[in-house]
Write a protein that binds this ligand. Structure first.
Ligand code: ADP
Length: 228
């Protein structure tokens, strides 16, 4: 069996709340295998975004370890953590967060060029990804000229521009009507399946969650299997 691409061990995370502390995660553990697509379903405020931010090295746990590709990240320098985040991890949020003054294609070229890719190569990959996600015909348009579903497809393409090994998504279809959400999820799923990415996707949509390999939830500060 392949080693997990992402592991969270003994994770504690609490926030200050008035005089006391609000504990969100307590001795939480989670492991994601290459090629696996896992849904994270839990009520609002349960800690889904917190878990995704920790997994994506955007914030550090109070204690415990986040291990990416066998590498424990807690003691790494900020630069080393940033490099892992940039090369190994892609994010998709509920809102697209595309740069408004750049075209769809440029939004996908930029993260590649930040890692040193030549513009021509970055442009070619951007084009391939947009075609794959069926928005190739919108490549030269700015985000404001795209529909919500198109914006999310571009955001997905941007998330995987640097061929990460892990995709983290926080309600990626949460802003879309059910039909568009279904189409965008179809595209996301095809991309994940075809590329062998590992994905952890927070969603409120039980129908979409049921299409993934496994569904987990948060209970008592821990990540546990969802039992419906
Ligand atoms: P979800 O994504 O499941 O809606 P979150 O992870 O966003 O949940 O939040 C979990 C809880 O932690 C919420 O009660 C939220 O208010 C609180 N929280 C999240 N981030 C912070 C923060 N930076 N400071 C204080 N409280 C926070």
């Amino acid at each position: 069996m392949a080693a997990p691409i992402l592991e969270l061990k003994g994770i504690e995370r609490s926030y200050r709340e008035g005089e006391g502390r609000l504990t969100i995660l307590k001795d939480a553990a989670f492991s994601l295998n290459p090629g696996e697509m896992v849904a994270l379903v839990a009520p609002s405020g349960a800690g889904k975004s917190t878990l995704l931010h920790l997994a994506g090295l955007l914030e550090a746990p109070d204690s415990g370890e986040v291990i990416v590709g066998g590498q424990a990240c807690g003691q790494l320098s900020d630069d080393a953590r940033t490099a892992i985040r940039r090369n190994e991890i892609g994010f998709v949020y509920q809102f697209h967060h595309l740069l408004p003054e750049f075209s769809a294609e440029e939004n996908i070229m930029i993260p590649q060029m930040i890692t040193g890719m030549a513009p021509a190569e970055a442009k070619a990959r951007a084009g391939q990804l947009l075609d794959y996600l069926r928005v190739g015909h919108r490549a030269s348009h700015r985000p404001a000229e795209l529909s919500g579903g198109e914006q999310q497809r571009v955001a997905i393409a941007r998330a995987v521009a640097n061929a990460p090994r892990i995709l983290l998504a926080d309600e990626p279809t949460g802003n879309l009507d059910p039909k568009t959400a279904g189409y965008v999820f179809d595209a996301l799923e095809a991309l994940v399946r075809q590329s062998g990415l590992a994905a952890l996707i927070a969603t409120h949509n039980h129908e979409l969650a049921a299409r993934m390999d496994r569904v987990v939830t948060l209970s008592g500060g821990k990540v546990v299997a969802w039992t419906g």
